[in-house]
Design a protein around this ligand. Structure first.
Ligand code: SAH
Length: 361
């Protein structure tokens, strides 16, 4: 028998067509959409507003959920990491990051990652496959239900970041479809303005992203002030170099809304890219391209075996930031979250180690 169709992956229109094909009136699709996305139900049995016969019919051909939570880890700082498995048994990781004012969910766009950034643990997995739109949406549903309770309202508007495993811009179509589905007012209702997507620098897709009518915010992983070093740290730079990347960023600026800024992420690697001189080179680079609406997020490197990098001392992190600021570049330091449970940036590698505090899923 062919695989059951995952309804969470369907747009409202596609769901209406699906209902019609089943011989059902189109309004049933609206009920199903709400059941999946607004009430965040994981099975048709729970959609008691649907006639029993329809629920049975749905069960035969379709499914409301495909991801299985395999383990769930809670950090001492409150961050939670979910390790899930797809139907074909591939890992998907999602991270919940609470703060005082708002909560953030960090989702994955691929299982594994094809890019070979030298400082990132996910790279060691290689690409397993692109996630479907449904698998992207379902990650958010699983986390919201776990944190707030099934279907319960999110207390203060949750933000999303596409900064988990994978390169979102190499799974562009599914990513954009998932974000469209999540933005629906009678669904999850997470609007693009509350979403940031990070790319390692897939340049043609930055242009495409800029042209989208409703698009999320953008972050670009830079991590080096020149091509020589970036070629080594992020091999994608050999395909699209800094000049091409900055030309795309410049074009992206034209698509920005009032008050919007985009981000360059810069992972600080002890003794590799974190010197005073490199801070000055970075500021000069930004100033040379006259990027007006950018900020730098400095990310202290999260170590993990077998990555060989050393962290930058806090003193040097602050110096690096101060040098950027003194040259007119806004710079922030990203506070590491969830390091103890392998949930921090660059640590998602489907780790299921027994030394981690595990609570039942
Ligand atoms: N592939 C996309 C999305 C992943 S975002 C991208 O590269 O932008 C994950 C962020 O964490 C990226 O900015 C990446 O540079 C950063 N990162 C990777 N490994 C890290 C590590 N070990 N410590 C800190 N940050 C890391």
């Amino acid at each position: 028998m062919s695989e059951k169709i995952h309804l969470t992956a369907l747009s409202k229109n596609e769901l209406a067509d699906f209902a019609e094909n089943l011989g059902e009136p189109r309004f049933r699709a609206a009920q199903i959409f709400k059941g999946l996305h607004q009430r965040r139900l994981g099975s048709f049995e729970e959609m008691t507003d649907l006639p029993k016969t329809l629920r049975e019919k749905l069960n035969k051909t379709a499914t409301a959920s495909t991801l299985k939570v395999e383990s769930r880890f809670v950090s001492e700082d409150g961050t939670r990491r979910f390790l899930m498995k797809t139907r074909d048994n591939l890992p998907v990781e999602t991270v919940f990051i609470p703060t005082e004012n708002r909560d953030t969910i960090c989702f994955s766009s691929q299982s594994g990652c094809p890019l070979k950034c030298d400082f990132c643990l996910t790279a060691k997995l290689g690409l397993l496959r692109n996630l479907t739109a449904g698998e992207i949406v379902e990650q958010i549903i699983v986390v919201l239900n776990d944190v707030y309770g099934t279907g319960a309202e999110t207390p203060h508007g949750t933000n999303l970041v596409g900064m988990g495993a994978g390169e979102p811009f190499l799974n562009f179509e599914n990513l954009i479809k998932a974000l469209d589905i999540m933005s629906e007012a009678d669904g999850l209702f997470i609007v693009p303005n509350r979403v940031t997507v990070s790319t390692a620098g897939i340049v043609p897709k930055i242009y495409e992203f800029a042209r989208l009518e409703k698009r999320p915010h953008l972050a670009i992983s830079l991590s080096a002030p020149n091509d020589e070093l970036r070629d080594k740290l992020m091999p994608i730079n050999r395909r699209w170099n800094i000049e091409e990347l900055f030309a795309a960023a410049k074009e992206f600026e034209k698509s920005m809304r009032r008050g919007e800024r985009f981000t360059f992420e810069y992972v600080l690697l002890g003794g590799v890219n974190d010197s005073d001189e490199q801070a000055r080179a970075l500021a000069n680079l930004l100033n040379r391209y006259d990027l007006q609406r950018v900020k730098i997020n400095l990310i202290p490197h999260n170590s993990a075996e077998p990555l060989e990098y050393k962290p930058t001392s806090w003193e040097q992190v602050e110096r690096f930031q101060t040098i950027l600021e003194s040259k007119g570049v806004s710079a922030y330091v990203r506070r590491p979250r969830g390091r103890d449970i392998y949930a921090a940036c660059g640590q998602l590698a489907a780790k299921d180690a027994p030394n981690l505090v595990q609570i039942s899923g």
